[in-house]
Design a binder for this molecule. Structure first.
Ligand code: ADP
Length: 179
């Protein structure tokens, strides 16, 4: 599914974020930025060991913030590492922290003159954020950003598996219906 926001494209695809040909991909990292499981492990495996070397120089990343590195062996030239909230730990702050992870990722993308970026579904794996709620926050934050910034031409959500894709598709249709 794809929609146009301002002059930019917002896309939902089912797939693997490590394989995307957008200029940047986003990593759902942890605060150490030293690698982990899930999508983080997959990105480090695909990018090669130089990614970890660069990440070691960054001094970690706070929840809700984002930092950029090169993409090394990935098709994408850059990786934007962001840290989403841990759902049970962060309680009522989780909503704002999840929105912030997406917003900061988009800001860092813009600051580096990157025109296209792919996101995985942040915080909905090991960090336990319920998928339906996370999808609505992710999509609304991306839409708000694209409505107020024109430099990013493509934001792609790369959803791992059919069920995740369907949850995001339903959430996007609901947001568009209420506009
Ligand atoms: P978090 O710690 O932020 O919850 P996870 O990596 O555990 O991050 O999970 C985030 C989401 O990424 C989950 O929905 C998971 O299914 C998905 N995922 C895992 N591997 C990939 C991949 N290669 N591409 C895209 N999404 C992935």
């Amino acid at each position: 599914m794809q929609v146009t926001i301002n002059q930019s494209r917002l896309e939902l695809v089912e797939g693997d974020v490590t394989a995307q040909d957008t200029e940047a991909i986003v990593n759902a990292a942890n605060p150490t930025l030293l690698g982990g499981g899930g999508v983080d492990g997959a990105i480090h495996r695909a990018a090669g060991p130089q990614l970890l070397e660069e990440c070691r120089t960054l001094g970690g990343c706070q929840t809700g913030d984002a930092k950029i590195t090169k993409g090394y062996r990935l098709k994408a030239k850059h990786v934007v590492h962001t840290v989403g909230p841990v759902y049970r730990r962060d309680g009522e702050r989780a909503v704002e922290l999840l929105a912030s992870a997406y917003r900061r990722s988009l800001e860092v993308t813009s600051e580096n003159n990157v025109r296209s970026v792919s996101f995985p579904s942040i915080s909905t794996g090991a960090y336990g954020y319920p998928m339906e709620e996370a999808a609505a926050i992710a999509l609304q934050t991306a839409i708000n950003y694209l409505e107020s910034h024109t430099d990013i031409e493509l934001v792609r959500f790369v959803l791992f598996g059919r069920r995740t894709y369907q949850v995001y598709e339903k959430a996007l249709k609901e947001i568009l219906a209420h506009d």
